[in-house]
Design a protein around this ligand. Structure first.
Ligand SMILES: Nc1nc2c(ncn2[C@@H]2O[C@H](COP(=O)(O)OP(=O)(O)OP(=O)(O)O)[C@@H](O)[C@H]2O)c(=O)[nH]1
Ligand SMILES: [Mg+2]
Length: 326
């Protein structure tokens, strides 16, 4: 892959975009440098997509919903990219990859681009690569980016922090505990979608919708000036999808009023910069074997309770700065 040096023009094809994302996902220093250049070149072409995060417990119907919703949007002239943040992907080898077979029609559609979750050791690393992939998709002309995450806790927060709208898929059943939803996740939602509102589940779905509508009146809205709506959907029968899109565009209009969208994205970009800076400093330091040993020794002392965390960090930083190691 070292020969790959894609430019923005290469993003015009799905293959070129896929290669560019592979470059962005690489941990090799030379690839990182090329990737950084590519992202910088792509930046002026980004920002035009609606970024939607989609989360829900395993089995709620994320893949089925994304396939149906994606095709619905493509029918209306949109181009749809699907990315994933899946902290479990290092074990499973990327759940969306298996999902490509489940999202068969969408995967085959020329107006869609589906990318499995990057493998990674840390959620932060996986999230960074997904954010960069999102920018590349936007530069490639996809105007809706769906970022899927499986509902296992922290990954929802990471996704909510990179999108404009966070959509939570729920089962037609009562109560967060019953559904295995982590505390606080409902609070992140800008849009609650109850899936599987069909057949025998319809009555339970009506009940769940009423229950969540009530619960949401008691929560502070995730977005000022917006009351989080609850929509009933059947991904299998394709019902309710137009309402989801209608609400998503209305939400965007609310964000665009008074520059909130720019503020939100600006804040997200700033948080991204800060976390990248922290990560890069540590990476740069531990790239040197002697310093890596120092960091590991400090970590061992902290773990053993022999050193206080903040004191050990400050002492190490003093030595780094004294020796101009960075
Ligand atoms: N009745 C009904 N079943 C659905 C609907 N959407 C999905 N399902 C079914 O629910 C099951 C799980 O759907 P998936 O789309 O694989 O769910 P997922 O959330 O992607 O699951 P993971 O990838 O394991 O996290 C499948 O058997 C689907 O056919 C729906 O709208 N109605
Ligand atoms: Mg799935």
């Amino acid at each position: 892959m070292s020969s790959i040096s894609p430019t923005v023009a290469d993003l015009a094809t799905r293959r070129g975009l896929a290669q560019a994302i592979t470059l962005v996902e690489s941990r090799k220093l030379e690839h990182r440098r090329t990737a950084t250049g590519l992202i910088a070149e792509a930046m002026p072409l980004t920002g035009n997509a609606l970024r939607i995060g989609i989360s829900g417990v395993p089995g709620v119907g994320k893949s089925t919903f994304i396939e149906a919703f994606g095709l619905h949007l493509i029918d209306r002239g949109h181009r749809v990219a699907v990315l994933a943040v899946d902290p479990t992907s290092q074990r499973t080898g990327g759940s969306i990859l298996g999902d490509k077979t489940r999202m068969e029609q969408l995967a085959r559609n020329p107006a869609a681009f589906i990318r499995p979750s990057p493998a990674g050791r840390t959620l932060g690393g996986v999230a960074r690569r997904t954010r960069e992939a999102m920018l590349l998709c936007e530069a490639a002309g996809y105007d809706v980016v769906l970022v899927e995450t499986v509902g296992v806790g922290q990954s929802e927060t990471a996704v909510a922090d990179m999108v404009d709208l966070f959509l939570l898929l729920l089962l037609p059943a009562g109560g967060d505990e019953l559904q295995g939803i982590k505390r606080g996740i409902v609070e992140l939602a800008d849009l609650v979608v109850i899936n599987k509102c069909d057949g025998d589940l319809q009555a339970a779905a009506n009940h769940a919708a009423a229950e969540y509508r009530h619960a949401l009146t008691l929560l502070r809205p995730a977005q000022h000036g917006w009351r989080t709506p609850v929509v009933q959907v059947s991904s299998i029968e394709g019902r309710g999808l137009d309402q989801v899109w209608d609400l998503a565009t209305r939400f965007r209009a609310v964000l665009e009023r008074g520059n909130t969208l720019a503020d939100k994205r600006g804040g997200q970009a700033l948080a991204w910069f800060r976390s990248d800076l922290r990560e890069a400093l540590l990476d740069r330091l531990t790239a040197d074997p002697a310093w890596r040993r120092e960091v590991e020794a400090a970590e061992a002392a902290v773990r053993a309770g022999a050193a206080a965390p903040s004191g050990a960090a400050a002492a190490l930083l003093d030595r780094v700065l004294d020796q101009r190691a960075l």
